[in-house]
Every structure is written in C-alpha cells, then in structure tokens.
Design a protein around this ligand. Structure first.
Ligand code: MTE
Ligand code: MO
Length: 242
C-alpha cells in the first residue's frame, strides 16, 4: 500500500531538491526576484508586459515529481501558482492576439536561459507557472520570481526566472541555451526523450556523471552570490547590527 510507484526509466531518486542547470548558468542570477513581469512577444499582433494582471488568475496547488534529464528525480515537490493554459487563454489570446499558427513557445529567463516548447504540451492541465515552493515564496535557487513546472517533461523545459515568453510560428528565431542535441522538441519523461539525435539510454549513461559535480558547482555559486549580496550592505550598518 505504501509502496512507491516506480520512477520513470533511467531515473534515480534523491532526497533534496538541488539548484541545477547548465554549467554556464551556475553564476548567473536574476536581478528582480520579487516582482513578476513577463514580456509577451513573437508572432503576435500586440506585444505586452504582464504583471499585476497575473494575480487575478485562478491559483492552484500542485504536488508533482520532478525529473532532471541527467537522471536525478525528486518526488512529491509542492508548488503553487497558476496554469499556463489560463495565462494563455485569458491574457495572451485576448490581448496579444498571436497568429493562428504561433504554436512554438520560447521562454527566456533573467539569467539568459532559453528553452522552447510546443504550445499543445504547455496547455496540459498540470503545466503551471509557480511562484511558491513548499509553501514559501520561490527562492532564487529554484527560479524566483516565477518558473515553469511541467511535470511530464524533463527539468530543462522548466524555465526558471521567467521574464519573457515568445509565441512563434516556427523555430527560426530559436537558439536554445543548450547545445541543440541536448534539446528534444518535447522532452517527455515517459518516452525518455532526453535529447535529439541520440537515444535516451545513451544520454542517460553520459549525463549520470554530471549530477554530482553540477550540484556542487551550483551550490557553491549560490553561496558566493549570497556572500556578495550581503557585502553590499554599507560597512557602517553591518557593524551596527553586530
Ligand atoms: N533560467 C533557468 N532555468 C532553468 C535552468 C537554468 O539554468 N536557468 N536549468 C534547467 C534545468 S537543467 C533543470 S534540471 C531545472 C532545475 O530546477 P531547480 O534548480 O529548481 O532544481 O531548471 C531548468 N530551468
Ligand atoms: Mo536538468
């Protein structure tokens, strides 16, 4: 009864959610971590900046398993936010008015991360834009102020620090943050779509070795960042507080 459902093929459970990503993003951080502002663009009739109106979208809680393509999985992560489908239907369709076939969606993060997904995958009911994690405001480590959570897709599709969403008719304008072979157009965990050109089982074996060093690199970079952020306090004030 208490037995856990098996993890998807090639995945291994870890017990804490690490800060993770492509190496080149370890030392890049968002400049705005509290206020959400998303520029909407691409093949749309009206570009927009969404901010206050996002607070009117229906909120929901979600617990889901998170699967990184490098093979680590964290079970039962608790997020809250609003559905991507609601953002699309209530705000993007009505106000930005994308071209009818603008079905390729590119997310950009404040750290320069870019990743593309199919609109049809994003309209699934479990795809949310999250602003809390485990009941707390989303920390910098996990994508403040807003990130995508698409549980059926590998972690790399779950863009953090989102500041821009473009709706394109094709992939011409798209340059993924990762090497192209690492970016599967759908990246569904269930089908082990880890990357293009190479099969999932092969990438799984190669990627596995990256888990530990990447966690360490991202953890150290975050602690350097926090030290630097604290150092911005004028010396006089820091001394007063002691
Ligand atoms: N902006 C941004 N989003 C990103 C990344 C990144 O480096 N920058 N890394 C991706 C990868 S590879 C993974 S596995 C998840 C990790 O999410 P976490 O740091 O909350 O564990 O974020 C994804 N989204
Ligand atoms: Mo990942």
């Amino acid at each position: 009864m208490d037995e856990k459902t098996p993890l998807p093929r090639g995945q291994r459970e870890i017990d804490v959610m690490p800060r993770f990503g492509l190496n080149k993003f370890a030392h890049r951080f968002p400049s705005e971590t509290e206020k959400v502002a998303i520029d909407i663009g691409g093949d749309v009739q009206q570009t927009l900046r969404l901010s206050a109106e996002l607070a009117k979208l229906e909120r929901l809680d979600q617990n889901s398993d998170f699967h990184c393509v490098t093979t680590w999985s964290k079970r039962d992560v608790s997020w809250s936010g609003f559905r991507f489908a609601d953002l699309y239907e209530d705000l993007v369709l009505q106000r930005a008015r994308p071209e009818a076939d603008a079905n390729f969606v590119v997310f950009t993060g404040q750290d320069g991360y870019r990743v593309g997904m199919r609109l049809e995958d994003l309209l699934a009911a479990d795809v949310i834009l999250a602003d809390t994690l485990e009941g707390q405001p989303l920390p910098i480590a996990h994508g403040a102020p807003l990130r995508l959570v698409a549980p059926a897709h590998y972690g790399y599709k779950n863009a953090k620090h989102i500041c821009r969403i473009d709706f394109w008719r094709d992939e011409r304008e798209y340059r993924p943050a990762a090497f192209r072979f690492m970016d599967h157009p759908r990246a569904r965990v269930e089908h082990e779509e880890r990357g293009r050109y190479f099969p999932g089982w092969l990438l799984r074996r190669l990627y596995r070795h990256l888990v530990r060093p990447t966690i360490v690199k991202f953890r150290d970079a975050l602690s350097d960042h926090s030290v630097a952020a604290n150092a911005v306090v004028p010396p006089g004030r820091a001394a007063d507080e002691e």
